[in-house]
Design a protein around this ligand. Structure first.
Ligand code: SF4
Length: 682
């Protein structure tokens, strides 16, 4: 008898990546046998990155969690015993309920972008915690510095459309290793280059992307704002300005002009660690090439002055009138173009007038340790529910985070696909479905299409979707509002108001475009309060902050400490996505082991040979890994590639042992790339 014909199921990549690819899964006899990029989706064009090409390996991984587990050893031991769903949910509901009756804010949800799906990431979970009156979580760990900076400049996470980069004549790839983390944009950049465009990469690390650009500007970490101000200086003194655009569509020009004139290239060169002629040359190119486009990414904003740096860079296109053309402008995130109905999904009305305290996820180490500031003056944390995140590995200053999760008096529930570092610390570890097994709907932060994800296969073992878990907990806690009965498919439909997107196209094709002009700000119309590109932000000034963008030095500026003379950044290893995929053997074997890239001069001065084990340390801790003497590191800066699971590291730690819980100037974000260290042979 011949086997039944395979079926093709359309979906969306769930990972924290701007490309939001459309997937097609081939299913044969109930098993996913092939996963491809959807060739009909113009942004995916049939191509997936290496990581997600291995998604079936990840889905079928022998170490997938397939049944609920209860802790059976000391906290953090990773020892568990099987338990039924019914028993697990009953006990979790009882224990959370007991805390909620006394002090609901002592319960903290902890989640981020382990899936970018609106249903499995920010729907039933939020309803559940809102009804409970739990603490709110400030989800700052990646993008809020840049996001809020954009909001204060352009009015939101808005920008040029990615497909038109292919027509630009100059592209600044600023703080982005596009080949590793924005592959589909890189295709447009290559098309532009074939048509004669110049590509300039601005990044402390000589990435694979920098290798392939016409020029690489290897500035010191945290000095991007100074570089942008020096570019402005040159635009002003050489009059490479679009006076008409500035007059009609910007706010605060005279004040910005004065600020820019304080930043001649020589001043910026001293701060950035790059030659002044290179800055002058870049300014000339930016001021005289049309259309000029900037692909900015979030690496820039993981330093103290990250918000100001993004503001300064986001001002540049208006100065030269780049927005007039569809291939001109800047793109950091397109997320603000989507009319997501978050109130319908998350139901903040369930708070019923209560205003719980907010815990900043970047400071979870301090918060679990009882620091009053990190707790926003609220009660100590008694319970934490973690999903779509692996804070023990990814949150900064991880020795404190691990110590916090090791508290015997902390009740910890973790929803996960694998036994991560955080899962090791759970009291209950609940098996979560993968993207091949559940419904979801996705916006994007790199393009402007909505994608629908249908389940392709049945969940492995007893795995269940996040929304299912919170629905069941709500039922057991007696939450009887009808919204707690919405199933996952119904939640997909609630993510956008009726008529906001073409649902028929979404169901038919798996994707649907948000209607947008080709050059959204050609005639101004920025979504700021003034409708202008706000060089000067009254809203920032009202908060007591500088209304103009400036260079704000790092908390730990390069060269400021003799004990810790090297600046460290910790970009993702190419085959990992934050801490996801570290346990996929085929990808881990490409990466080998945790590495620190170090320049030959810095290695030579310390007697460090290529391939030697090194001790990387600062006042917060130490981390052992292998050194790679590499041209990817500039002198004075080391690159600690992340984010490895701690338990796979040489001494049970990872690079976040060294990072700090200091915050950014705007947006309360993390400062992972604002970190001084010393390195010595281990
Ligand atoms: S490129 Fe990004 S969106 Fe596309 S498959 Fe890879 S991780 Fe997913």
């Amino acid at each position: 008898m011949s086997s039944p014909a395979p079926t093709l199921v359309r979906g969306a990549c769930p990972h924290d990546c701007p490309d939001t690819c459309a997937l097609v899964t081939t299913v044969q006899e109930g098993r996913a046998v092939k996963l491809q990029g959807n060739p009909e989706h113009r942004h995916t064009a049939g191509v997936l990155c290496t990581k997600v090409s291995r998604y079936i390996e990840r889905n079928d991984h022998p170490e997938r969690l397939v049944q609920p587990l209860r802790r059976a050893g000391p906290k953090g031991s990773g020892r568990f015993e099987p338990v039924s769903w019914d028993e697990a949910l009953h006990d979790i509901a009882a224990r959370l309920g007991a805390i909620a009756r006394r002090a609901p804010q002592a319960i903290v949800p902890y989640s981020y972008a382990g899936t970018m799906g609106l249903v499995q990431g920010e729907s039933m979970d939020r309803r559940f915690f809102h009804k409970l009156g739990a603490s709110l979580l400030d989800r700052t760990i990646c993008a809020t510095a840049g996001g809020e900076a954009l909001a204060h400049t352009l009015g939101g996470k808005v920008g040029m459309r990615v497909e038109f980069f292919a027509e630009a004549k100059l592209i600044l790839i600023w703080g982005s290793n596009s080949i590793g983390s924005n592959l589909h944009f890189w295709r447009h950049a290559q098309a532009a280059r074939r048509a004669g465009a110049r590509l300039v990469c601005i990044d402390p690390r000589r990435t694979e992307t920098a290798d392939k650009c016409d020029e690489h500007i290897a500035l010191l970490p945290g000095t991007d704002g100074a570089l942008a101000l020096a570019l402005m200086h040159e635009l002003v003194v050489n009059d490479w300005l679009d006076h008409d655009y500035i007059a009609r569509h910007t706010l605060g020009w005279e004040r910005l002009r004065e600020r820019a004139l304080q930043w001649p290239p020589e001043r910026a060169a001293a701060v950035c660690g790059v030659p002044a002629p290179q800055i002058r040359d870049l300014a000339r190119a930016y001021g005289t090439t049309k259309p000029a486009a900037i692909r900015l990414n979030y690496g820039v904003q993981r330093v103290r002055g990250g918000g100001n740096a993004v503001r300064a860079i986001a001002c540049l296109p208006a100065l030269v009138g780049a927005w007039r053309q569809r291939a001109g402008g800047v793109l950091l995130s397109s997320g603000g173009h989507f009319p997501v109905d978050r109130a319908a999904l998350q139901r903040p009305d369930l708070l019923a007038g209560r205003r719980p305290r907010t815990v900043n996820m970047v400071r979870i180490g301090d918060a679990l340790a009882g620091d009053a500031g990190a707790l926003s003056g609220g009660p100590p944390i008694e319970a934490i529910v973690v999903y779509n995140s692996n804070p023990v590995a990814v949150a900064p200053e991880s020795a404190k985070v691990a110590a916090g999760f090791a508290r015997e008096d902390l009740f910890t529930v973790v929803l996960e696909q694998f036994q991560t570092d955080t899962a090791d610390h759970a009291d209950y570890l609940l098996p979560a479905t993968t993207q091949l097994e559940h419904w979801d709907i996705h916006a994007s932060y790199g393009h402007t299409d909505v994608l629908l994800n249908r389940p392709a296969v049945a969940p492995r073992g007893q795995a269940r979707s996040n929304a299912w878990v919170f629905r069941e907990l709500a039922r057991r806690m007696g939450f009887d509002e009808p919204c707690f009965a919405d199933d996952d498919e119904a939640l997909c439909r609630q993510a956008f108001a009726p008529g906001a997107i073409d649902w028929a196209a979404l169901e038919r094709d798996g994707f649907a475009s948000v209607p947008l002009p080709e050059a959204p700000f050609a005639e101004g119309g920025f979504p700021t309060p003034s409708g202008q590109c706000e060089f000067f932000s009254e809203r920032l000034a009202a908060q007591g902050l500088d209304g103009l963008p400036d260079h704000v030095p790092n908390h730990e500026p390069a060269g400021s400490s003799s004990a810790f003379p090297l600046a460290m950044i910790s970009p993702p290893a190419r085959n990992f996505l934050n801490s996801t995929f570290v346990n996929v053997k085929s990808l881990r074997s490409i990466e080998g082991e945790p590495l620190l890239e170090i320049h030959a001069d810095d290695a030579g001065a310390r007697g460090i040979a290529d391939g030697a084990m090194v001790r990387v340390f600062n006042a917060r801790g130490e981390y052992r890994c292998r050194a790679e003497v590499s041209r990817r590191a500039r002198p004075g800066v080391v690159n600690g590639l992340g984010v490895w699971w701690r338990k796979l590291g040489a001494d049970g730690t990872n690079v976040n042992q060294l990072t700090s819980q200091h915050l950014t100037d705007i947006g309360r974000g993390p400062t992972f790339y604002d970190c001084l260290v010393q390195v010595e042979p281990a």
